[in-house]
Design a binder for this molecule. Structure first.
Ligand code: ADE
Length: 250
């Protein structure tokens, strides 16, 4: 899996050299290349933006510069026939990013090119143009219902969420099994470690009982309770057939 990230602040993406994602790219499980969009400008001031056609506040990033930059990534030979190439564009106006989408991208794509916009965004023809090209799928995505100053933080989130699901990146795939937003459709239950008593708070006693059945039931109840409180939308989306009698009582 190859990631190509384009930004006018490439240093923002230095964090990708750290931790698990950094190790995975050093080890060759994934490839990450960060590019400075200004390398595709042609004027002395390395200008990437202009005023919005039709008027309005702010500046819009130019399609011609984005086109040259993105073509350079889509021209890269990935060493296989008909690779699945994604153009991911972070925008608060995008489709919500989800664990399901990240899982699909991790398993079934060969290249994710991320175009980080700044200012009032990227000229709309860029997304339209690449969507019309047979070899590219365009995915305009949002991290949530709030506005960031640019796409870089969203690019970091996408790379981390996808890379950890690429086979071979996480040493212990078991740790992917019971996560929030996994297949159970619930938020994860709380977890604890030693010391068992801390500032007058003790770890729930059931967890030290050694009774695996009761521990599993307690965790399921906590997951249900937490999800009902924090994400009633997820409870509404649960498949009733997958709930047992105890679930319904909880
Ligand atoms: N760019 C600005 N705001 C964003 C958001 N909420 N999600 C993704 N990209 C963004």
């Amino acid at each position: 899996m190859r990631f190509d990230i384009f930004s006018v602040f490439p240093a923002y993406l230095n964090a990708l050299q750290l931790s698990l994602v950094g190790k995975a790219s050093e080890g060759g499980a994934i490839d990450i290349a960060v590019h400075d969009l200004r390398d595709w400008t042609e004027d002395r001031h390395r200008t990437v933006d202009d005023t919005p056609v039709g008027g309005g506040a702010g500046m819009v990033m130019r399609a011609d510069i984005w086109g040259r930059a993105l073509d350079s990534a889509f021209d890269i030979d990935l060493g296989r026939e008909n690779p699945r190439r994604i153009l991911a564009i972070p925008t608060p106006a995008g489709y919500p990013l989800s664990q399901e989408i990240c899982t699909d991208l991790a398993r079934n794509s060969d290249q994710i090119v991320i175009a980080c916009g700044r200012y009032e965004g990227i000229d709309g023809r860029v997304a339209e143009h690449y969507a019309s090209r047979e070899e590219v799928e365009v995915f305009e995505f949002s991290l949530g219902d709030y506005v960031l100053n640019g796409g870089e933080v969203a690019a970091l989130a996408l790379v981390e969420a996808v890379a950890r699901l690429v086979p071979g990146v996480i040493g212990n795939p078991e740790s992917l099994v019971e996560e929030s937003h996994g297949s159970a459709g619930l938020l994860e239950y709380p977890t604890y470690t030693r010391p068992l008593d801390w500032r007058g708070e003790s770890v729930p006693q059931i967890l030290t009982s050694g009774d695996h059945g009761r521990v599993a039931r307690w965790r399921r109840d906590e997951a249900l309770r937490r999800t009902a409180l924090r994400r009633p939308d997820m409870i509404a989306a649960l498949d009733a057939q997958k709930l047992d009698r105890r679930d319904r009582a909880a």
